[in-house]
Design a protein around this ligand. Structure first.
Ligand SMILES: *Cc1c(COP(=O)(O)O)cnc(C)c1O
Length: 396
């Protein structure tokens, strides 16, 4: 039965999503409630967005305090939260400078523009190609959908933005073979998210770094999904002994308020000058205040260690399910970015879980993806695995 609000949505909202038949009205920690008062446990977290859970007290307070002080002024002026946030991100990363925007796609747009500009400044025109990976996901604006190595994302929007070349993920040879005198950068997700939680071989990112150094290319990490503590370090690249030249963040950066950021090393960032790029809302004080609280909470050693511990616990539990059901092909993950690959469609599993009050997600048709709030408890993981066990039993 579709509720009145769902029926209204059918007539007034652009039909761009396949939505489950549930309307949420409230959230707290790992839990959500619908308009009928039914309770759910959330293992999606807005797709790796609410990393501190729903409505955490410290972020709520930061938002409320800032909302009463100053919500927005133009980037023609300075504001404290924006500058403090940038300083915090710089202190905790490879980067020297930050550009703020409002989404992952915008952060990647900024990265692509900066890579083109840097290359033009240094080497002259004509060197603007960016090598990206098959099965990648970088956003839905024209440039970022063009950067995305998935035909289903391109379809109907051709002609694409010129200058993107797609190669196999997890193959340094494929990147090397694709480099020409037109290439300016390599853009990659340290772990592919929408592509199905694909973790590259050890040494892959390091190999890309060496190749980029040798060919004088910029290395761009899209950490929109894997950043902000998701994998057990503040940024995923920290676990790989490698640093990018440019990195993009969004999703969990402000724990649910819309914010994106592009971070870069000084010599790269200096290709942007006044007038090069801009965003009306980028780094607005309300959102920056939420992000500052979020970054400071997640960056704590004890918090990140706990993500690793819970991730291992979750993975072990899912591996036990893998042994029990032949249609489970693989279980993989890092930190609390976890996936279970099936050889049956995932959508009916997602639906059955929802009926039992568990929110999970499916990518690439057969891959269940789990991105719970990073504050998830052992007993909540136990609860989900039991639900999955029950749903799997009905399938077997
Ligand atoms: C979600 C995502 C994006 C796009 O972010 P939006 O905020 O939806 O524009 C880009 N890159 C990756 C890796 C993502 O997961």
């Amino acid at each position: 039965m579709r509720s009145p609000i769902q029926q209204l949505a059918d007539s007034v909202i652009c039909n761009t999503y396949v939505r489950e038949e549930v309307t949420f009205v409230r959230g707290s920690g790992c839990r959500l409630w619908d308009e009928k008062g039914n309770e759910y446990r959330d293992f999606v977290a807005g797709i790796a967005v609410c990393n501190l859970g729903h409505c955490p007290e410290n972020v709520a307070k930061a938002i409320c305090d800032q909302a009463r002080k100053l919500v927005h002024v133009s980037n023609l002026y300075y504001t404290e939260p924006q500058v403090e946030l940038a300083a915090e991100l710089v202190k905790r990363s490879f980067a020297d400078r930050v550009f703020f925007c409002n989404s992952g796609a915008e952060a990647n747009e900024a990265a692509i523009k900066l890579a083109r500009k840097y290359s033009r400044d240094r080497f002259g025109p004509g060197r603007f190609h960016v090598i990206t990976m098959k099965n990648s996901f970088h956003g839905r604006t024209l440039a970022t959908l063009s950067a995305t190595g998935q035909e289903k994302v391109h379809k109907g929007f051709e002609p694409l933005v010129d200058g993107f070349v797609y190669v196999d993920f997890d193959s340094i040879e494929a990147v090397e073979a694709a480099v020409t005198d037109k290439t300016c950068a390599v853009m990659v997700e340290p772990i592919q998210g929408e592509g199905g939680v694909r973790i590259p071989s050890p040494g892959y990112l390091k190999g890309l770094r060496e190749l980029c150094n040798e060919k004088k290319l910029l290395l761009i990490f899209d950490e929109v999904q894997v950043g902000m503590g998701r994998t057990g370090s503040l940024f995923a690249y920290e676990q790989e002994e490698v640093e990018p030249d440019i990195m993009t963040l969004a999703k969990a950066l402000a724990n649910g308020l819309p914010m994106g950021a592009m971070l870069a090393r000084e010599d790269v960032a200096s290709s942007f000058g006044p007038g090069s790029h801009a965003s009306t809302f980028g780094g607005t004080p309300l959102v920056a205040a939420a992000a500052l609280e979020t970054v400071r909470t997640i960056a704590q050693r004890t918090f990140l260690d706990r993500v690793k511990t819970m991730g291992r616990y979750f993975l072990d539990k899912l591996k036990k399910l893998e042994q029990k059901y032949t249609f489970v092909k693989d279980v993989r993950g890092r930190g609390l970015m976890v996936a279970m690959e099936l050889d049956i469609p995932g959508a009916p599993i997602v639906k059955s879980c929802l009926e039992k009050g568990a929110l999970i997600n499916c990518v690439q048709e057969k891959i269940l993806r789990f991105t719970p709030p990073l504050i998830v408890e052992r007993e909540e993981i136990d609860w989900l695995v039991e639900i999955l066990d029950g749903v799997f039993k009905e399938q077997a």
